[in-house]
Design a protein around this ligand. Structure first.
Ligand SMILES: *[C@@H]1O[C@H](CO)[C@@H](O)[C@H](O)[C@H]1NC(C)=O
Ligand SMILES: *[C@@H]1O[C@H](CO)[C@@H](O)[C@H](O)[C@H]1NC(C)=O
Ligand SMILES: *[C@@H]1O[C@H](CO)[C@@H](O)[C@H](O)[C@H]1NC(C)=O
Ligand SMILES: *[C@@H]1O[C@H](CO)[C@@H](O)[C@H](O)[C@H]1NC(C)=O
Ligand SMILES: *[C@@H]1O[C@H](CO)[C@@H](O)[C@H](O)[C@H]1NC(C)=O
Ligand SMILES: *[C@@H]1O[C@H](CO)[C@@H](O)[C@H](O)[C@H]1NC(C)=O
Length: 652
């Protein structure tokens, strides 16, 4: 193939080829499980589709990475995806952590993943170089792309279902009809299990470390410990959580369509079924058939079911920022809701990629995803939008194809995946049950926001605001970070959207420099960065320094995008009060207003400071607001929506 010949090797390294398909954690991903800074997910950008697109853009913009959509989508999988990584409690604390990393890809999703990388989506044994993105973004991508279930008991299970109400409120969708119920956990059982030796619980307070050895052998993580296990590899979108690995796999498989002989997938084994089709189309096992086959094989053997259950609901435990996706059930987790969506979106985008490339041959992967996950335009056509998923299923997926492809892939996967039983007949019936249940589940239970609602709740222009947040370190990080994170999403910080800068209210120095990258904002505005901020609010110093900084930027042609032109908003987020305001402060505000055209000051304060601040703003009745921010981002959308309106009001 032509593209293979022009492959630029500078950014590639084949020394690490396909280590993500091996049965131990790939060397370059190990630091994600070792380095305490990287292990703590709170230090990684949130799991959202816009962050995923942002990181992909950074890779595309890397001068050493010179590849097209086809190559990049495959290499992202080969470099960063490793499905099925699970924690394994070591049998003894004597095992030094420098010798053993208590994680390995042992969850069932690994087997399909391995076939995908080695047989279905080849990459000429290449991966992206280790330094293509920094460690924070590398680990973020790894967790976004890699499907796994972490069933360790955490201790917060009683609040598993807590946020469903906010989700419903936000997206205006109708309530779910099934499987929203979470078993109530009995705290006394949790407390005693550590001692009775039967359940060999991992200490819920320790995320990674292990504390005690109680002599019970456990070959494998004890599945089912948590009533609401965490699903890895899910990313937030307005149209439901999506398993990003499945999405990218669909694009990669569709961009490089292949018919793969089933015998090739079952290499070295005798296929148990002779009435299956001879080949599979890689797009199917990369997406829908992959998960359907897992459900068939696991539910068929583990539970001896003749009806295969498809779909497991879940929710993010906080909407701002979304980092942990909790499933509402611990059984039948082979084809969860995010996987269903990732599979459908991946299948649709994979099917549509040849014609999209025909329209726009140099289309980048980031552009393709950005168009699909947009409120209005879609991929060159409003039909091809995530909000239209239900209709797209009808348009792109035919049951008979899906059933025969799934049957063939299930037969192949059966020879690759260790199961707790041997299927000796009836595989085809199980496959048909899975396909039927997939169809009824997607039409009855996947109630994601429709296009009509999407258009009603979104603005019809792309925001381009330079937002400067002047931050008072007296806020609790836990309360103010979700609020800023909400603003970053709302104003669409991004390469073609708005920018964000976080300044210290003590002196106007940068906490996070101006950036158009939401991933960079989240990487830098961490708890540690917040705690390092100087304490106190000084309007005079702050306004003076902001003016000097903006003046310098205006003088620098290359930075013209950073200030001026489009709207510039300086938002003070203050938790201390009352702050000092006087003639000199007013004079600085006036000068700033003169320096930067269209600049607006907005004050959001935890106490009423109207009398104190009214003379500094343009519209005193709207630009001074009181906000109540709660830890964990609870109700942040309600608290901040007025501020977002003020920011947007400068746009039109
Ligand atoms: C990849 O890069 C990280 C960070 O620079 C480094 O710690 C790690 O050792 C590298 N991994 C390999 C396998 O070279
Ligand atoms: C912001 O940028 C300036 C110069 O561009 C640099 O001196 C400063 O260290 C940066 N601050 C942060 C927090 O990155
Ligand atoms: C984020 O932090 C890194 C490392 O400290 C620094 O190089 C970079 O300039 C910072 N980015 C922003 C936008 O502040
Ligand atoms: C302002 O926004 C428009 C699009 O709305 C863009 O074309 C232009 O480059 C922006 N100007 C500046 C100075 O940011
Ligand atoms: C800022 O300048 C505009 C005119 O450019 C004026 O209408 C507004 O009142 C000024 N605001 C303040 C706070 O000085
Ligand atoms: C969400 O759950 C994770 C995992 O239990 C926990 O670390 C995190 O603090 C929770 N976040 C919120 C906002 O409750």
């Amino acid at each position: 193939m032509l593209w293979a010949a022009v492959l630029v090797v500078a950014a590639l390294s084949d020394a690490q080829a396909q280590l993500t398909a091996q049965t131990s954690i790939a060397p370059e991903l190990r630091e994600c499980y070792i380095d305490p800074m990287l292990v703590n997910r709170n230090n990684l950008p949130p799991m959202t589709i816009s962050i995923l697109i942002d990181i992909i853009r950074k890779i595309e913009d890397n001068p050493n990475v010179n590849m097209d959509l086809r190559q990049l989508s495959a290499l992202l999988l080969h470099t960063y995806r490793q499905d099925g990584v699970e924690f394994h409690r070591p049998e003894t604390t004597l095992v030094s952590s420098s010798m053993v990393l208590p994680f390995a890809p042992t969850f069932h999703s690994f087997h399909r993943h391995r076939l995908l990388l080695t047989r279905l989506i080849p990459s000429n044994l290449q991966v992206l170089a280790n330094n293509t993105v920094n460690s924070i973004l590398k680990c973020t991508l790894h967790h976004m792309l890699s499907t796994t279930v972490d069933a360790r008991l955490r201790g917060d299970e009683s609040s598993c279902n807590q946020l469903s109400q906010y989700r419903a409120l936000r997206s205006g969708r109708s309530p779910r009809s099934i499987s929203d119920d979470v078993e109530i956990i009995d705290k006394s059982v949790l407390k005693s299990t550590g001692k009775n030796g039967q359940m060999n619980h991992f200490n819920p307070n320790d995320d990674v470390e292990f504390t005690s050895y109680d002599g019970v052998k456990s070959a494998r993580q004890l599945l089912g410990d948590s009533q609401c296990p965490l699903l890895g590899g899910a990313v937030f979108s307005q149209w439901g959580a999506i398993s990003a690995g499945h999405l990218i796999a669909g694009v990669a498989a569709g961009a490089q369509p292949q018919q793969v002989p089933v015998l090739e997938l079952a290499k070295g084994s005798v296929l148990n079924y002779n009435n299956v089709q001879q080949t599979v189309t890689s797009l199917f096992p990369a997406t829908l058939s992959g998960d359907l086959a897992e459900a068939v094989l696991i539910q068929g053997t583990d539970r001896g079911s003749s009806a295969i259950s498809i779909g497991t609901a879940g929710n993010w435990n906080s909407t701002q920022p979304p980092r942990h996706y909790m499933l509402h059930s611990r059984t039948n987790v082979e084809m969860t809701d995010p996987e269903i969506r990732g599979d459908i979106d991946g299948f649709v985008l994979g099917s549509a990629v040849p014609s999209a490339l025909g329209t726009f041959s140099t289309m980048r992967l980031s552009q393709y995803l950005d168009m699909f996950y947009s409120a209005r335009n879609g991929v060159f056509n409003p039909v091809l939008r995530a909000c239209n998923r239900r209709d797209l299923i009808q348009q792109y997926i035919t049951s008979t194809n899906l059933a025969s492809e799934t049957f063939a892939f299930a037969a192949a996967l059966d020879t690759n995946m260790p199961l707790r039983g041997t299927i000796i007949g009836g595989l085809e019936q199980l496959v048909n049950s899975a396909v039927n249940n997939f169809q009824s589940y997607t039409s009855n239970n996947l109630n994601d926001m429709s296009c009509v609602t999407t258009e009603a709740v979104s603005v019809d222009f792309r925001l381009r605001t330079n937002l400067y947040i002047v931050l008072d370190s007296m806020w609790e990080y836990n309360a103010v970070y979700p609020a800023i994170s909400y603003l970053v999403d709302a104003i669409e910080v991004g390469k073609y959207g708005s920018s964000i800068t976080v300044l210290n209210a003590f002196n106007g120095n940068a906490v996070v420099n101006t950036t158009f990258s939401p991933a960079e904002f989240h990487s830098n505005y961490t708890l540690a960065a917040h705690q390092n901020m100087l304490t106190g609010v000084n309007l005079l110093t702050t306004l003076t320094n902001i003016r000097v900084m903006m003046q310098a930027r205006l003088g620098d042609e290359s930075l013209v995008n950073y200030v001026g032109g489009n709207s510039t908003v300086v938002l003070f987020l203050l938790n201390s009060g009352p702050v000092q305001n006087n003639e000199q402060v007013f004079e600085q505000a006036r000068l700033l207003n003169e320096t930067v055209p269209d600049l607006r000051l907005i004050f959001a304060t935890s106490t009423n400071q109207f009398d104190n601040l009214w003379n500094l703003v343009r519209d005193m009745h709207n630009d001074i607001r009181q906000v109540a921010l709660s830890p964990g981002g609870i109700n942040v959308e309600i608290a901040m929506s007025g501020i977002v309106e003020r920011i947007q009001s400068g746009e039109v």
